[in-house]
Design a protein around this ligand. Structure first.
Ligand code: SF4
Length: 388
């Protein structure tokens, strides 16, 4: 019965039903309304009694409200959403391809990890999101996509925040998204990206073995990686890679390795060789991500350096592909939009590279077969990095 599902997704609605002594049938109706009639207010759910409709709508059919959207001609749409309960801002990105649509969701409002390349890291952590707030990002994306006759085919947890530091909510949201009675997505169409929290990687393997794991690596040695990802000091490469081995032992699933290419920082042939050595003997696919110059002080690797890096990996039998940067005109790298809406605060002291390098985050997408949004929309000018 969907009683536990509704209680997991929207405990406030489940409490309301419990207070009214409603039957399991009502729980199912409400759960189906949320998951099958996405974004439709309870007030028009005529199969529910009028008084109940009003009570449920007072609690809200979504935990998030749409604040604004920005569309890029490359088929990327970025949504700025606000939590209904406390108005914290978060971002969701929709990436359209010819045969699929990927929704990139946030798991935290802000982030505590302060990666040198990430606009979200500069915000600090506001709070972690609930499972409903993670799922309702897909709800908002689905409403928008339905207007275009499309639907979300993949969800990637690569937006604001470190998913494995909000793991209870993340796991619950994954279960909700692949619940066949609810959102009905395939677990294999869901991907969680992490900078590498070993205990979280192992728990993911135990509890969601079909969900893809992506590791934001960005460097193959501890010194450079710690300068880019401070969490590496606490969880050095050896520990992270060991956790990935355990993940593979349990799931037999390929590990996706994200590697942001930064000119003069991590893109030399020697660093490609070090990366190949680190990944040797593992079942992995490396995604090389170009730096999005819209934020931070890094420079993107040249096409020549990118090709040389890719060839060095290929010559050592590492599966590798290159992503195109997406959403450049709408500040689609994670955290840029929220950063642009925040009042200015004093800049953090910044050293020069590599200690101070800043690649762009995970909401760049994959390249091929890009199609623009079906509906024409009003564009907002991209916020500048200094606008935070
Ligand atoms: S890259 Fe991810 S983990 Fe690092 S600061 Fe940004 S949101 Fe946090």
């Amino acid at each position: 019965m969907p009683k536990p599902e509704l209680s997991s997704y929207r405990p406030d609605l489940a409490r309301e039903l419990a207070a009214r002594n409603e039957t399991s049938f009502r729980y199912r109706q409400v759960y189906e309304h949320l998951t099958h009639h996405r974004g439709v207010p309870f007030s028009v759910a005529t199969s529910l009694p009028g008084e109940l409709r009003e009570a449920l709508e007072a609690l809200g059919h979504s935990t998030l409200g749409l604040h604004s959207r920005a569309d890029d001609p490359d088929g990327t749409t970025k949504l700025l959403l606000r939590a209904v309960c406390d108005k914290v801002s978060l971002e969701t990105v929709i990436m359209r391809y010819r045969k699929r649509v990927t929704v990139c969701v946030s798991t935290q409002a802000g982030c505590s990890l302060g990666c040198a390349f990430c606009a979200t890291g500069s915000l600090g952590l506001n709070r972690s999101l609930s499972a409903a707030e993670i799922v309702d990002q897909v709800q908002h994306a689905s409403v928008l996509l339905a207007e275009e006759g499309r639907k979300a085919s993949n969800v990637v947890y690569m937006g604001m925040g470190e998913p494995l530091l909000n793991l209870d909510a993340v796991l619950l949201s994954l279960r909700l998204l692949h619940d066949p009675k609810g959102w009905g997505m395939s677990a294999r169409s869901l991907s969680v990206s992490t900078v590498g929290i070993p205990s979280g990687i192992r728990r993911m393997a135990r509890e969601e073995p079909q969900v893809n794991l992506a590791l934001s690596l960005h460097a193959a040695d501890d010194a450079l990686r710690s300068s880019l990802i401070p969490a590496n000091r606490r969880y050095p490469l050896r520990e992270v890679m060991r956790a990935c081995e355990d993940h593979f032992a349990l799931t037999r699933r390929k590990l996706f390795v994200e590697y942001l290419l930064l000119e003069g920082v991590n893109d030399s042939p020697k660093q490609a060789t070090a990366l190949a050595d680190l990944l040797k003997g593992r079942v992995v696919a490396v995604n090389l991500i170009p730096w999005n110059p819209g934020w931070g002080e890094f420079r993107p690797s040249s096409p020549e350096a990118t090709d040389a890096f890719m060839n060095a990996l290929r010559s050592r039998n590492v599966e590798v592909s290159q992503r195109e940067s997406r959403g450049a005109s709408i500040s689609a790298a994670c955290g840029q939009l929220v950063a642009g809406t925040r009042p200015k605060r004093p800049a953090r002291p910044q050293a020069s590279r590599p200690d101070d390098a800043r690649p762009s985050g995970g909401v760049t997408g994959k390249p091929k077969e890009i199609v623009p949004p079906a509906k024409s929309t009003k564009r907002r000018p991209p916020p500048t990095r200094d606008g935070r």
